[in-house]
Design a protein around this ligand. Structure first.
Ligand code: IMP
Length: 424
C-alpha cells in the first residue's frame, strides 16, 4: 500500500495547521529521512515530545530524532537568518544539528530582507483586501524564483561579482535602490560560511537512499486550500502545497512517493482572510478555539474555527490522491452535545452541490448533517474503545471522503496517537 520503502507524503488537507508536525514526528520514528519540499518560514510546526514543546518553521520536524536525516528541498524558499536562529534554538534545547543530520538543497531560493519588506508593504497597501500573509516574504521570494532572478543557495558559493550583480538587480527590482548592498553582501558572506557544510545535492541523496531501501517522509507545509492553484485563490500561499509538489520540490520522481497521508483536523481552522463556508461564529466555534488553543504557531494570530467540511475534504482527497487520513484533535470535540458535518453547499439558485464549485466558495451556504457528541476519549487506545458516537463520527467521515482514517490524534503528545492501520 505504501510503496516498497514505506515512503509517505504528509500533506495538509485543509487550510494548514492540521497538525502535520506531530504526525511527521510520530512517523519519523520508523523512517530514515524527512524532507521539506515547499513553503518557507511561514510554516509553524508544533511538536510536544516528553512534555517539551518545539516550534519549527524551516527545519523538518524529523530533526528532533537522533540518527535521522532532515533535508530542505529545492522547492523551499529559505530565509537563512531564520534558519540559523532555528539551528541555534534547537542546539540550545539539546538537539544535535550538524552536517550529518541537516542537508540543504543548493537549488533552494533565498528569502532576503527585501522580500519581507515588500510582503509587509503590499499587505498594508491592500487595506481590507489584504491576504493576511505571515509577512515572511514568501510571495515575493517565489515571484523572483519564477521570474528567474532569485538568489539560490548555490549562488552563495560562486563568483562574488556575479552575486553582487544579482543582489543589485534584485534590490532595484524590489526596493528601487541599492543603498544597502554592502550590508547584504556582508550578511550573505556570513550566511555562506555558516551554511556551507549543510549544502548537498538533496535530489541525489534521496535517489540513492530510496535505492538502498531507506524510508523517506515528505513533509508538507500549509494545506491544500492554500495551494496556489487549487486553494481559495487569491487567499492562498505562493507555492503548490499538494502532494504532487513533493516530487518537484525535492527532486524525486512521483513514483517514489508511496502513501499519501492527508492530515485533517476533526473540525476546520484557517488563519488570514478568505472564504470559509463552515466557520462557526457561535459557542461551538468558541469551544474549538479555546479548547483547541487555536492560535498560529508563526504569527500568534487567532485562528478562525468551524465544522468539518466534507465537500472540501473530498476535494482534498481528489487533488492530492490521498491514500489515508490522519484525523487530528478528536479530543477537542469532546463535551459537545452535537457535532455537525457539512455534506453539501446550497448555491444562490437553491441547488445543492457536493463538489467544490470552480467559481469559488463565496456564495455557498453549507448544508449540514448533525450527529450526537461524546464526552471523553481519554485513555482510548483503539478504535473499539472509543465512545460509540465518536466511532460513528469517524465512520461517517470515511464514508463521505471515501478514504480510510489510519491515524487519530487525541492530544498534543507523541503518545496521544492511535494508529488504526499500520502502513509504515
Ligand atoms: P503567506 O504564505 O505568508 O504568503 O500567506 C498566505 C496565506 O497563507 C495567509 O492566509 C496565511 O495566513 C496562510 N498561511 C501561510 N502559512 C501558513 C501555515 O503554515 N499555516 C496556516 N496558514 C498559513
Amino acid at each position: 500500500m505504501s510503496g516498497k520503502n514505506g515512503n509517505v507524503a504528509i500533506i495538509g488537507a485543509q487550510w494548514g495547521d492540521e497538525g502535520k508536525g506531530k504526525v511527521v514526528d510520530y512517523l519519523t520514528q520508523r523512517a530514515d529521512i524527512v524532507v521539506r519540499f515547499q513553503g518557507g518560514s511561514n510554516a509553524g510546526h508544533t511538536l510536544v515530545v516528553d512534555g517539551k514543546k518545539y516550534v519549527l518553521h524551516l527545519i523538518p520536524s524529523g530533526i528532533i530524532h537522533p540518527g535521522k536525516v532532515s533535508c530542505i528541498g529545492n522547492g523551499v524558499v529559505l530565509d537563512p537568518i531564520k534558519l540559523l536562529a532555528e539551528i541555534d534554538g534547537l542546539r540550545a534545547a539539546g538537539i544535535t544539528v550538524d552536517s550529518k543530520n541537516l542537508k540543504i538543497s543548493p537549488f533552494a531560493n533565498l528569502v532576503l530582507q527585501y522580500h519581507k519588506d515588500v510582503d509587509v508593504a503590499r499587505e498594508n497597501n491592500l487595506g481590507d483586501k489584504k491576504i493576511g500573509t505571515t509577512g515572511r516574504g514568501i510571495g515575493p521570494a517565489y515571484e523572483d524564483r519564477v521570474a528567474r532572478c532569485g538568489i539560490r543557495v548555490v549562488d552563495l558559493y560562486g563568483d562574488k561579482t556575479r552575486l553582487k550583480e544579482l543582489i543589485s538587480s534584485n534590490l532595484m527590482k524590489n526596493v528601487g535602490n541599492v543603498d544597502d548592498i554592502d550590508e547584504y553582501m556582508e550578511t550573505l558572506q556570513n550566511v555562506a560560511d555558516s551554511l556551507r557544510d549543510y549544502v548537498e545535492d538533496v535530489s541525489l541523496l534521496l535517489y540513492n537512499a530510496n535505492k538502498e531501501g531507506k524510508t523517506i517522509l515528505f513533509e508538507g507545509a500549509q494545506g491544500t486550500l492554500l495551494d496556489v492553484d487549487f486553494g481559495t485563490y487569491p487567499f492562498v500561499t505562493s507555492s503548490s502545497t499538494i502532494a504532487g509538489s513533493a516530487a518537484i520540490g525535492s527532486g524525486v520522481g512521483p513514483s517514489v512517493i508511496g502513501h499519501i497521508l492527508g492530515i485533517m483536523k476533526a473540525y476546520v481552522t484557517r488563519v488570514g482572510s478568505g472564504p470559509f463556508p463552515t466557520e462557526a461564529f457561535d459557542s461551538y466555534g468558541d469551544h474549538m478555539s479555546s479548547v483547541g488553543v487555536e492560535f498560529g504557531a508563526t504569527t500568534g494570530r487567532k485562528r478562525r474555527c468551524g465544522w468539518f467540511d466534507a465537500v472540501l475534504g473530498r476535494y482534498a482527497v481528489r487533488v492530492n490522491g490521498i491514500t489515508s487520513i490522519s484525523l487530528m484533535k478528536m479530543d477537542v470535540l469532546c463535551g459537545l452535545d452535537k457535532i455537525k458535518i457539512c455534506t453539501g453547499y446550497r448555491l444562490s439558485d437553491g441547488t445543492v452541490v457536493t463538489e467544490v464549485p470552480f467559481q469559488g466558495l463565496y456564495d455557498v451556504d453549507p448544508v449540514y448533517e448533525e450527529m450526537p457528541g461524546w464526552n471523553s476519549i481519554k485513555g482510548c487506545e483503539t478504535f473499539d474503545t472509543l465512545p460509540i458516537n465518536a466511532q460513528n463520527y469517524i465512520r461517517r467521515l470515511e464514508e463521505l471522503l471515501e478514504t480510510p482514517v489510519s491515524i487519530m490524534s487525541v492530544g498534543p503528545g507523541r503518545e496521544e496517537t492511535v494508529v488504526f492501520e499500520q502502513f509504515l
